[in-house]
Design a binder for this molecule. Structure first.
Ligand SMILES: Cc1ncc(CO)c(N)n1
Length: 226
């Protein structure tokens, strides 16, 4: 099956990332969710780390509000902050509560270095750059999970992690991916021009996207080692 369409800039950056993108979206952890072979303790460990990830990821999207230059940019970023805090994090709270891990324990999860490296890279890219740089660092996280969710909804051979798959394959998350793709196309056009892939900034934006993709691979790997 073909991957979902999340916009022009994303499609180009994804193609430029090449093998790391495949390593990320087809990682052994992902395949373990697909066929249900992923041990539950690895899943819970990942989910706890991912909750901490989402705290800093929401901060990075809040930085996108700060870096926005139009009402439309601010609105798109603020919508994502809300989707992360009000919706996606609820999945983590719900699954962990069912496994006997309280909200307080979840919030107090000690952060693994792979997790810290990833989110602080994204935040630093945003602090030192503009919205185009920040979105290049944010895109692999948002759209990668959208792509993984869509594929697993079609290919999963087990219902063990169905709630997780449904969250990322669902209409709400897919709409968020499309909105992020549109925001990225508009933000790049506004700051660089319609022909952004021909600009001197393009290579660096692709490198940022690729680094974030590699950090996603590291995150899955961390998930396999509780
Ligand atoms: C590590 C990671 N990347 C992306 C997403 C999707 O928001 C997530 N929840 N966690």
């Amino acid at each position: 099956m073909s991957a979902p369409d999340y916009g022009h800039a994303f499609g180009l950056m994804r193609a430029a990332a090449g093998q790391p993108w495949r390593d990320y979206t087809r990682h052994a952890f992902v395949e373990g969710i697909k066929d249900g072979s992923l041990p539950h303790d690895a899943f819970l460990h990942y989910l706890r780390q991912d909750y901490v990830f989402l705290i800093h990821f929401a901060r990075a999207w809040a930085l996108a509000v700060v870096k926005g230059q139009t009402h439309a940019e601010m609105l798109a970023a603020v919508g994502t902050v809300n989707a992360l805090v009000a919706e996606e994090m609820q999945l983590h709270i719900g699954v962990c509560e069912a496994a006997g891990i309280s909200k307080d324990a979840l919030f107090a999860t000690p952060e693994r270095p792979e997790n810290l490296a990833y989110t602080r890279f994204v935040l630093e890219t945003g602090y030192s750059g503009d919205l185009a740089d920040l979105l290049a660092a944010l895109a692999p996280c948002v759209m990668g999970y959208g792509e993984i969710g869509t594929r697993l909804a079609a290919e999963a051979t087990s219902d063990r992690y169905r709630d997780w798959i449904d969250t990322y394959a669902g209409a709400e998350y897919q709409a968020a991916c499309k909105a992020a793709g549109e925001l990225m196309d508009q933000a790049l056009t506004r700051r660089i021009g319609a022909d952004f892939e021909a600009s001197p900034r393009w290579e660096r934006l692709c490198r940022t996207f690729c680094t974030a993709t590699e950090l996603e691979v590291g995150f899955w790997q961390m998930g396999l080692t509780p």
